[in-house]
Design a protein around this ligand. Sequence first.
Ligand code: NAP
Length: 289
Amino acid sequence: MTNNRVTGRTRVCGLIGDRVEHSVSPMMHGAAFRKLGLDYVYVTFKVMPESLPEAVAGMRALNIRGLNVTIPHKIAVMGLLDEVDTHARGIGAVNTIVNDNGVLKGYNTDAPGFLRALREAGVEPAGKKILILGAGGAARGICYALAESGARLVILNRQVERATALARSLAPVARESVEALPLHETSLQNEIKDADILVNATSVGMTPDIDHSLVPAHLLHDKLVVFDIIGIPARTKLFQEAAAAGARTIAGLEMLVWQGALSFELWTGQSAPFELMHREAQKALQHEE
Ligand code: NAP
């Protein structure tokens, strides 16, 4: 066991992506390993798309225990693994790899992380009308988790054909209707009136684009739960305007910490110290803002 030292037995976990410099995961996981007395470290690896196959081969060769996978590798990495968990396959993206003696298995903890964050805030999605803004990688996992949970979905995206393709791909798991619409003020205005939950799964509002929100403030209302999955800034323009309109708000940090906690549990087999991870991630994010 070690507190701060790397030893001959230290197991390695980490993150691969093309922009990993601002990740809060090393602080969040490092604190959790120390708290539980686990001889693990978490490091980031900047990996460009052309090097992904070598990076995955390196994980096997160097017996790296676990990796998180971020932009732009979540889809491409699936073809390089020995196994992919059923949910991750359904979502079409892997954000966590576990190395069991050379056998690499991929999972997706973004989607259950989002759902856990929603439920921990006391919001049950089953039977609710949920507007999702965005149809990119993050929206995909979120829509999959929500559709499977029995929510009614309306996916709004700037490029509507991406929303339509996403809606179609959810047919095997959706228990309620899934609609796709172009994202503009009229469609938002029509759909938001009787919506229960609004999820921003686009990058609009993220640092440095902090003065923008896709939802005009006058459309927000106090019957809404607004979940903005953006991590930095912690309180986006949408988040602040939703709070001012009396809506309940959930920040991206909650999803980030839950996905991390679920990855931690897959690598270590131990219950993640969620509160500590939350505090550490929050501290690290404030530092980045
Ligand atoms: P992505 O695959 O690149 O998708 C980006 C999405 O944003 C697309 O739907 C895109 O619409 C939309 N978009 C971008 N600029 C826009 C604009 N000016 N107007 C309207 N729509 C616009 O990215 P992603 O991986 O899904 O990530 C999206 C966001 O989620 C990022 O901010 C990321 O940091 C955040 N995220 C947070 C967590 C967490 O744990 N909290 C996890 C994952 C991601 P088009 O399709 O029309 O281009």
